[in-house]
Design a protein around this ligand. Structure first.
Ligand code: NAI
Length: 370
């Protein structure tokens, strides 16, 4: 039974994970490398709790919840009561491995060692410890307080018991966990998303259409909350470039997008720099204006078919269930429906036909195969 939670790293993700854990009633230890960083994290948590309270979304006082979070600099030797640790330090394998081997020394043998990594294989992080069966991925989405989805990822040695306990823990936070049975690059949600982004990029680089057409189709025909390139701008052109390159390096067969690389080099990083595919005066996000008639210029299947094939590949290879993949895209990407709903609506035959056309355009046979 989980009572005490240790969150390591109090940055963008860590402070949010600590907050949701404290709201759910757990005793939380929040660790980082300096007092200033921790003070800043606690300020953000307080601000967020006050907002929740004002909206009537907090059952107790802000002070009560804050009282359950204890900040710690580094990892002292007093952590014998921890039942689960969630690591949210920078995305560097060596750094995470060093930390995990230290955690193994300091925490009780029964504690679950979770990582919030968004792209590193759980199995490779787990290699830093002896009892690898207790290492697992818990991939929260940003911001953890508002996003309901958490991907729970098995490493090759993760035990069923660890999965079960982690699943119950994530549910107790009021989140919706999905199970990813193998730590494939991108897990479930980023695989689907990157399939869409890299294909969209392939279409513009091969002159099939321009980025505004892709975005109009995504918005008006597929019902995505944002266009594909609008989303890239929003989350960071560089972030998308690095994530897709890292996934391709680790064996994800996808079209390598030169446009993202060039824009990253030029510093056109999207909303945060004021210029990406679209421009953002004062570096603030504004919804690009896209005429609906643009959406008539491209077959929507050119965008969604590769994601449908990816989803089928994941089911066939036991990576995730159909239900979990559908839940993942609805909650993680805010799609109006599941990937398999798109497949049903467009029809399998049309999906396969679009895929054959995409293969011809891209001249990449191995890409987009089930
Ligand atoms: P961040 O850079 O905002 O925060 C990392 C924190 O870790 C910093 O406060 C840093 O001082 C601290 N830190 C570094 N070494 C430490 C150590 N040895 N002990 C304790 N604290 C240490 O990073 P962010 O964005 O929160 O990412 C954390 C992890 O979550 C990464 O693995 C990332 O890939 C993953 N992730 C990030 C998402 C995002 O949208 N930012 C979404 C989902 C996952």
């Amino acid at each position: 039974m989980i009572r005490s939670v240790l969150v390591i790293g109090s940055g963008t993700m860590g402070h949010g994970i600590a907050e949701v854990s404290a709201i759910a009633g757990y005793n939380v230890y929040l660790s980082d490398i300096s007092k200033d960083i921790l003070d800043n994290a606690m300020q953000k948590i307080k601000w967020s709790l006050e907002k929740l309270y004002e909206k009537g979304n907090l059952k107790e006082s802000v002070e009560n919840v804050l009282g359950r979070i204890k900040t710690i600099i580094g990892l002292p030797n007093e952590l014998r009561e921890i039942d689960i640790s969630i690591e949210a330090i920078p995305e560097k394998l060596d750094l995470k491995r060093q930390l995990f081997s230290k955690l193994e020394e300091l925490l009780p043998n029964s504690a679950i060692l979770a990582t919030n990594t968004s792209s590193l294989p759980i199995t490779e992080i787990a290699m830093a410890v002896k009892k690898q069966e207790r290492v697992i991925g818990t991939h929260f989405f940003n911001p953890p307080v508002l996003m309901q989805l958490v991907e729970i990822i098995r490493g090759s040695k993760t035990s069923d018991e660890t999965v079960k306990q982690t699943y119950e823990f994530i549910k107790s936070l009021g989140k919706r966990p999905i199970i990813v049975n193998k730590d494939v690059p991108g897990f479930v949600v980023n695989r689907i998303l990157l399939r869409i982004i890299t294909t969209a990029c392939m279409l513009i680089e091969n002159g099939v259409c321009d980025y505004t057409t892709v975005d109009a189709v995504a918005r008006y025909k597929l019902g995505f909350p944002m266009g594909v390139f609008e989303l890239v701008d929003y989350t960071g052109v560089d972030v998308n470039y690095y994530v897709s390159s890292a996934m391709i390096e680790r064996g994800f067969k996808a079209y390598p997008c030169r446009t993202l690389e060039e824009m990253t080099k030029k510093g056109y990083l999207g909303v945060k720099t004021g210029k990406g595919f679209y421009t953002y005066p004062s570096n603030k996000y504004i919804k690009p204006n896209l005429p609906p008639q643009l959406a008539e210029k491209l077959n929507p299947l050119y965008i969604i078919a590769p994601a449908i094939i990816e989803a089928n590949w994941m089911v066939k290879n036991g990576i995730a269930s159909r239900e979990d993949i559908d839940l993942g895209v609805r909650l993680g990407l805010s799609f109006p429906k599941g990937i398999f709903d798109y497949e049903r609506e467009y029809g399998r035959e049309n999906v396969v036909k679009a895929l054959e056309e995409l293969k011809k355009i891209s001249n990449m046979e191995e890409y987009l195969s089930e």
